[in-house]
Ligand binder design. Sequence first.
Ligand SMILES: [Zn+2]
Ligand SMILES: [Zn+2]
Length: 248
Amino acid sequence: MKANYHTHTWRCNHAAGTEREYIERAIESGIEILGFSDHTPNPCSWNINDGIRMTPEQTEGYFAVLSSLKKEYEKDIELHIGVEVEYIPGEFGKLTEFLHQYPCEYLIMGQHYVDGVYVRFIPENEAAFRNHVSQMLEGIATGEFIYLAHPDLIVWNGWEDLYAQEMTRLCRGAAALGVPIEFNLLGYRNNRNYPDRRFWRIAAREGCPVIMGVDAHVPEDLELSQVEPLAREYLKELGITPMETVKL
Ligand SMILES: [Zn+2]
Ligand SMILES: [Zn+2]
């Protein structure tokens, strides 16, 4: 894998290992471009302290540590510093303003909530599903995101036709905007509900640009010799050739 833009740090409270360990692992795996994208703080009206993201106070340290490592490793690997963002309509401006204080190179969109509810816990709520898709489309339409992470995170046990309709709407929108969608290797490796084959059939049909993302939460996640060939095979069977890099 030439590039991975989806890497976390200990600051989100559900990842482990030092930044240096992630970098060393990536180099061992032959990754040429490594982007950190830890869960950004949400300086907004809700979930600021949900415990799964860095705090506003930790943000400074995140950029400082990574900036210095970026220099130190510049001969060995191309490092970039971004964040994974929860797009919250009406509050996004506040977040980008906050991030402007830091040398933030890119944003990926990782939508885990809809109206404050985790999307893996709304398996049959049709209104919430529609809203979730609308928010993802609204977010990527801002032009602020290099890609959409795990677009198929939702656990959907409801009406099948609605799944096809809504995911077609999402894929068609992403393809029209030219925003890549992520094939998430963390979900794939751990046999989670995502990648969801129903979704990837639609993505293939709609001609979405696709990028693989490790979503590393421990340095060992960057060991790709097992998972990468299988993921490529999965995509190839659907007629999808993933992009190797995205523009920052
Ligand atoms: Zn995470
Ligand atoms: Zn992530």
